[in-house]
Design a protein around this ligand. Structure first.
Ligand code: FES
Ligand code: FES
Length: 170
């Protein structure tokens, strides 16, 4: 009897933080695993691995996704951004990263890359959101350490800075 051939590996081509790349991956691998193991994007954290905590969040064509529940092969033709892609040419922090530092919105830092990438999606929309809307947009992320208020403040402060408006008093 002929043996059934199962194609287990596939080559995926995509753009990672502005650079065109390709890799041959196990078709069952998650995007988290490909980014961490094949590209050393260690900002992509493995938390719950079931799409609940947001630690593995990356931007795919500008939208925030939990990469643990996204197959690596689905990255074909996409533009993927991780926290590493936010740094300037000499490793300078972006405005939103600096705001997290300034507002003490980081403790252990495990949740931080995910939060920041969702914040980038929010900021790049060019819209002004209310506190309640920001809370809702950030609600897919869990943080065990900080009160969420400092995180909200960091995002809000950067939003107003980019909009060129003064931040309203709370
Ligand atoms: S590790 Fe992906 S959502 Fe928690
Ligand atoms: S800073 Fe530790 S989980 Fe958020």
């Amino acid at each position: 009897m002929a043996e059934k051939h199962v194609m287990q590996y596939q080559t995926v081509h995509f753009n990672l933080n502005g650079k065109d790349v390709e890799r041959t991956v196990d078709v069952r691998a998650s995007l988290t695993d490909m980014l961490r193991n094949d590209f050393r994007m260690t900002s992509v954290k493995k938390g719950c691995e079931v799409g609940e905590c947001g630690a593995c969040n990356v931007l795919i064509d500008g939208e925030a996704y939990n990469s643990c529940i996204y197959l690596a092969v689905w990255a074909e033709g996409k533009h993927i951004r991780t926290l590493e892609g936010l740094l300037g040419p000499n490793g300078e922090l972006s405005d939103i990263q600096q705001a997290f530092v300034d507002e003490a919105a980081i403790q252990c830092g495990f949740c931080t890359p995910g939060f920041i990438l969702t914040a980038v999606e929010i900021l790049e929309s060019g819209r002004e959101y209310t506190d309640d809307e920001l809370r809702k947009l950030l609600s897919g992320h869990l943080c065990r350490c900080t009160g969420y208020e400092n995180i909200l403040r960091a995002v809000k402060k950067t939003m107003y800075k980019r909009l060129g408006k003064p931040m309203p008093e709370a």
